[in-house]
Design a protein around this ligand. Structure first.
Ligand code: FES
Length: 636
């Protein structure tokens, strides 16, 4: 068995860890934020824990344990005899019992949990970026220590143990920091702020800037890009900005972008620079609005599907478009911001969550992370509804994921009056005596959002304006009991039927807002792809809808999506509504969790390795299910 059991005494809480993991890693993954100032390198001695047994019974077990030299250095003979170890060095080989009754419990009490808006998921708050204010002794004849070594000494005196370069035994730093060092150090008489990233010095700033430390979570969707600016001192989300993905001009779907990007390096570069430019616009909008200096943003965590991930990095997408759809890389990547010309601190980092497979990327990992599907003991389903619908089904035992090309209808594209869920977008539709609408910002409407479209079509189906094939009835064919005010909204011009949602006098631009027959066909394609994907996944896992205890509906517009309407049009399984939850931008929430929590980041890597990918395009049962899912369910 590749798992070992870690029992936390006296609570008797049990954690399962992978054999070969260190105890500190296992605790971190289980949500405990053990203090590890030296980043688990056995230097600081702060991660001291008492092992009560390495086999059975509560007894000191020091005689069974191999000790490292640094443990002899940090632990007294008494402590060693009582079974104390450094958690970061202790490799788990067998079941262990760990005391959390004394100092360790104090450490646990100090942890802060963060919860990202839209999820109830909490993780220990421990970002990779931290700042230390240093008032360094000025050089004298007797103290001619170099500028760089002076900072290193100041950090160690403050109890920080920066990462050293193993070969040269020196503090690891960003090359550009050195060039600026003499000026920065002397500008405020050796009062500086050191910026550390995972123990590595990435910047030195004049004076005390510890109150300005930011990160960004970026969700780059096929159609919509969303960025959230986060205060890394508190985990608070300060603001959100979004843009339409400019690559849309190369094709609404990812297949057209793969084809364009595969044509040559200049085309690929074009796609990449479009994305970087848009990311920089989002950053500019956020920092301008919130009065934040872009140089005080030290990390951006990025999620997106695998194709977007490749295009953002300028990686050749050719083989993502050809079976067996192999990505260039699936593991998480950390890249200097200046390499991609992303305008955060140029020595800061971009961190890309890992990909699962050719069409399921870091965005799906983010969804799993923020909904905690990978830790659920029961079968749960998450559907991230966008131009590409990512579907994840399963539990902690087994998780399946797939991607299905829903098209951009949910994001308001290819819909006659479609628009993003922004000010002026219709997001609520009810049809009773007449049509009632809800508009974002409570202003005159100018279009309809994806969630508004789903509601409108669900209502049209419910009252009989359309039939199960999606066809809009003529006025004569409409159910006789429908009020005249509704009937007269069905209009026909050049054999094209549409249903007028808002008359021209009541819109912001003086033009009607309607749902056309073509819009309904687009929605059928989109919902059919999702519905069929879910059916294939259920078949593959061998479960039926009654066994699904929770459905998470995610998507940048997911928070305003009405689950009842999603069930009426057949997009998600018809299970009791108390088991359906809308979680908004869960992919973006996953990026925020990874930005703020090392344990969330580690879990993301584990998720990407363990989730099983299902390729739908190769399956005849998907094609069959898709054709059948184009129809709407019968209203009973
Ligand atoms: S974390 Fe520093 S010694 Fe373990």
């Amino acid at each position: 068995m590749n798992k070992v059991k870690v029992t936390l005494w006296p609570d008797n809480r049990e954690i399962w860890a992978s054999r070969g993991e260190t105890l500190s890693e296992a605790l971190l993954l289980a949500g405990y934020a053990l203090e590890t100032p030296c980043a688990g390198r056995g230097i600081c001695g702060k991660c001291k824990v008492q092992i009560l047994t390495a086999s059975a019974g509560i007894k000191a077990a020091s005689d069974q344990l191999e000790l490292y030299a640094s443990e002899w250095q940090h632990l007294s003979l008494d402590e060693i005899q009582q079974g104390y170890r450094l958690a970061c060095l202790m490799v788990l080989k067998e079941d262990v019992k760990v005391s959390i009754s004394t100092e360790f419990r104090d450490v646990l009490r100090k942890t802060i949990e963060i919860t990202v808006p839209g999820t109830e998921t909490s993780f220990p708050f421990n970002p990779l970026v931290y700042k230390v204010f240093l008032e360094l002794a000025q050089p004298t004849v007797a103290d001619r220590m170099g500028d760089w070594e002076r900072i290193e000494r100041g950090l160690v005196e403050k109890g920080f143990f920066p990462v050293t370069n193993q070969v040269e035994n020196g503090l690891q730093l960003d090359g550009d920091v050195l060039r600026m060092l003499p000026t920065v150090l002397r500008a405020q008489d050796y009062r500086i702020t050191a910026v550390l990233y995972n123990g590595k010095l990435i910047a030195v700033e004049e004076g005390n800037t510890t109150d300005q430390m930011y990160g960004v979570a970026l969700d780059i969707g096929t159609t919509t890009m969303v960025g959230a600016l986060i205060d890394l001192r508190t985990g608070e989300q300060l603001g959100v900005a979004s843009l339409t993905n400019p690559q849309r001009s190369f094709g609404a779907d990812i297949i057209s972008r793969i084809s364009f990007g595969s044509q040559g390096s200049s085309q690929l570069q074009e796609l990449q620079s479009q994305l970087v430019k848009a990311v920089n616009e989002i950053l500019q909008e956020l920092t301008g609005r919130l009065g934040v200096n872009q140089n005080h943003i030290y990390e951006a965590v990025v999620v997106g599907n695998t194709v977007i991930h490749h295009l953002f990095l300028g990686l050749d997408p050719t083989y993502l478009g050809q079976g067996p759809y192999v990505p260039v890389v699936t593991r998480p990547l950390r890249i200097k911001a200046r390499k991609l010309k992303v305008k955060i601190r140029d020595s800061g980092y971009l961190y890309l969550l890992p990909n699962i497979a050719g069409f399921v990327g870091g965005d799906a990992v983010g969804v799993i992370l923020s909904t905690r599907l990978h830790q659920s003991s029961e079968i749960q389903l998450a559907v991230d509804i966008g131009t590409n619908g990512e579907i994840v089904l399963g539990s902690a035992q087994k998780l399946l994921a797939c991607s299905t090309a829903a098209g951009p209808a949910f994001e308001g594209e290819r819909i006659k009056h479609g628009m993003r869920a922004a000010f002026g977008a219709i997001e609520r539709v009810t049809i009773e005596e007449d049509v009632k609408i809800g508009v974002i910002g409570s202003v005159l409407p100018k279009g309809i959002s994806g969630s508004g479209l789903i509601e409108a079509v669900a209502e049209m189906l419910r009252v009989g304006i359309i039939d199960v094939s999606g066809r809009i009835h003529s006025q004569q064919e409409l159910p006789s009991e429908l009020p005249l005010a509704i009937k007269t909204r069905v209009v026909e011009e050049n054999h094209r039927r549409e249903f007028v949602l808002v008359r021209k006098e009541l819109t912001s631009n003086g033009k009607i807002i309607s749902i056309t027959q073509e819009d309904i066909r687009e929605l059928q394609l989109a919902k059919g792809a999702i519905e069929a994907g879910i059916q294939v996944m259920m078949k593959e896992l061998g479960v039926n809808k009654e066994q699904i205890t929770q459905v998470f509906m995610a998507g940048a517009f997911g928070s305003c999506m009405n689950p009842v309407s999603a069930q009426v049009i057949g997009m998600i399984p018809s299970i009791p509504l108390d088991r359906v939850k809308t979680v908004g931008n869960a992919a973006g929430a996953g990026a925020q969790l990874a930005l703020l929590s090392r344990s969330a980041r580690k879990q993301a890597t584990k998720i990407a390795k363990e989730v099983e990918y299902i390729e739908l395009s190769a399956r005849p049962d998907f094609q069959e299910a898709f054709l059948a899912s184009m129809y709407f369910p019968k209203i009973t």
